[in-house]
Design a protein around this ligand. Structure first.
Ligand SMILES: *[C@@H]1O[C@H](CO)[C@@H](O)[C@H](O)[C@H]1NC(C)=O
Ligand SMILES: *[C@@H]1O[C@H](CO)[C@@H](O)[C@H](O)[C@H]1NC(C)=O
Ligand SMILES: *[C@@H]1O[C@H](CO)[C@@H](O)[C@H](O)[C@H]1NC(C)=O
Ligand SMILES: *[C@@H]1O[C@H](CO)[C@@H](O)[C@H](O)[C@H]1NC(C)=O
Ligand SMILES: CC(=O)N[C@H]1CO[C@H](CO)[C@@H](O)[C@@H]1O
Length: 447
């Protein structure tokens, strides 16, 4: 019944006509399974070197003898239950490592098993009550790191891989993943051997638990902040996707995943949703792509490469869009090509020249934002943010993510950094060669 209450509240808030209320959940439902339901792909693994047939723990004092010292403050702003954090990554020997709350290290082992083995040594950092924070001193440099947060216990596994030991992480799009019913998310972190910090919040794949971060510095350059999404953004984005589905009949709302209790846990990007349902949006862009190709058969499309190559003219001939000075042309993109910006005509290959490498992001961004047939859309990038996502078809997930971002930060598709003047910057990245403290807020951004 909780599902129905939440649904009615969601839909009641957005639908003008109560008759539009669907009788079945418009959301995808997580059905968490066991080890057998894990699907190992490049998207949910962190592959390291093999170190030992058993899990090894290092006390904080032993760990502190190593290079590195990064205080990470974890601020609990979450009102909906006990939050756990997990800090995972690769050490300088490329071994999978977790940092615990007391600064001790855990090097989990698969024990040589090619079937994923749950990590049984405690690796969770239990956050204190809402309004309070804990500071974890990371004693080592760490790459490909993530700071995960979840309501409940995330399940991580180790598995033997051909050249080492791999960490199997929760999958956002496998509805049977053991952690699929939990609200979770992560920020990405690299702490280099030069003791520089790069931390990133991205919505390219999904929106989960609400995270923000700031990085203070010791070189007088001040504090950098990425607020990202507001505390109610997941519900608001899913309300928007329910509404969009009622407008155009495409299953936008199925990109939202609820658990069996009816709680929303994630909104997937359309590219990630296509793993669950490849057919749903297969033809979503077809008519628009045809119109664009037809329009730019008789009219030139100008791409400002924003490089020393300047602006180049492009025009469709036959079925191919060709740009002056570009080593090869562009076939019509499919929906999958537009969501991911990295396949079909948008796959950049070795040997592609600088013009090609500049056209791909600008052309794909123009599709994602649906600006190619607007007045002024014949110059890309050209139109400003107020013109993005104003006509359908478009990437309504990206539209909604941007609508609910507080400071415009956090990519909602892979080339969100394309912009006309170089002034707008949707990057969620914080970076400093002189980091003091990295602070991550869970549940709500700092005021
Ligand atoms: C890790 O190794 C597994 C097994 O070989 C492979 O399937 C997976 O794609 C690898 N992950 C990455 C990120 O390369
Ligand atoms: C941050 O995330 C975005 C989107 O996933 C990615 O394109 C960008 O390269 C990342 N930045 C860094 C510094 O890792
Ligand atoms: C956007 O901001 C990020 C992080 O501050 C920076 O690394 C990047 O160079 C900026 N991009 C542009 C186009 O200004
Ligand atoms: C989150 O924590 C920060 C820092 O304590 C505070 O400024 C902000 O008001 C908090 N927001 C909420 C909604 O708790
Ligand atoms: C759906 C999704 O995110 N797929 C990605 C999985 O990883 C490969 C390789 O890194 C990407 O190319 C896919 O886009």
């Amino acid at each position: 019944m909780r599902t129905l209450t939440i649904l009615t509240a969601l839909i009641g808030a957005v639908a003008a006509a109560p008759s539009l209320i669907p009788r079945v959940s418009p959301f995808s439902i997580a059905k968490p399974g066991g080890v057998d339901d894990i699907v190992i792909t490049a998207n949910n693994t962190l592959n390291g070197t093999y170190h030992s047939s058993t899990t090894v723990s290092k006390h904080a004092i032993q760990a502190r003898a190593q290079a590195g010292h990064l205080p990470i403050q974890l601020v609990n702003n979450f009102s909906g239950g006990q939050v756990n954090a997990y800090i995972s990554g690769l050490d300088t020997d490329n071994r999978v490592v977790f940092v615990r709350g007391d600064g001790s290290l855990v090097y989990p082992s698969s024990g040589g098993s090619s079937v994923p083995v749950p990590i049984s040594t405690p690796i969770n950092i239990a956050l204190p009550a809402q309004g309070q924070s804990i500071t974890v001193n990371v004693p080592i440099v760490i790459s490909s790191a993530r700071i995960y947060f979840s309501v409940g216990n995330l399940q991580f596994f180790m598995v033997k891989i051909p050249n080492g030991d791999g960490l199997v992480q929760p999958s956002q799009f496998n509805l049977q993943d053991p952690s699929s019913g939990l609200l979770w998310g992560f920020v990405e972190l690299t702490y280099t051997t030069d003791l520089a910090v790069f931390a990133n919040i991205s919505y390219v794949d999904f929106v989960g638990i609400i995270l923000s971060m700031s990085l203070s510095t010791t070189d007088g350059s001040g504090t950098q902040t990425t607020k990202g999404l507001g505390s109610s953004a997941l519900t608001q984005i899913c309300q928007g996707l329910v509404q969009q589905a009622s407008v155009d009949g495409f299953p936008w709302s199925s990109m939202c995943i609820a658990n069996s209790g009816g709680t929303l846990v994630r909104a997937l990007s359309p590219g990630d949703y296509s793993v669950i349902n490849a057919a749903a949006f297969q033809n979503y862009w077809s008519a628009y792509v045809d119109q664009v190709w037809s329009h730019y058969t008789s009219t030139p499309l100008t791409i400002n490469t924003q490089t020393s190559a300047g602006s180049v003219n492009c025009q469709v001939s036959g079925s191919t869009l060709n740009c002056n000075g570009d080593n090869r042309g562009y076939a019509k993109p499919t929906a999958g090509d537009i969501w991911g910006c990295n396949s079909g005509p948008f796959a950049i290959q070795g040997g592609d020249n600088a013009v090609h490498a500049a056209v791909v992001p600008r052309l794909c961004a123009a599709f994602v934002r649906s600006t190619l047939l607007l007045a002024g859309g014949n110059v890309q990038p050209g139109l400003g943010q107020s013109s993005y996502y104003t006509v359908s078809p478009t990437n309504h997930y990206s539209r909604l993510v941007h609508q609910f971002e507080i400071d415009g930060r956090g990519y909602a598709f892979p080339y969100d950094d394309v912009n006309p003047d170089g002034n707008e910057n949707a990057s969620g990245t914080l970076a400093s060669g002189a980091p003091n403290v990295l602070t991550v807020y869970v549940g709500a951004p700092p005021s």
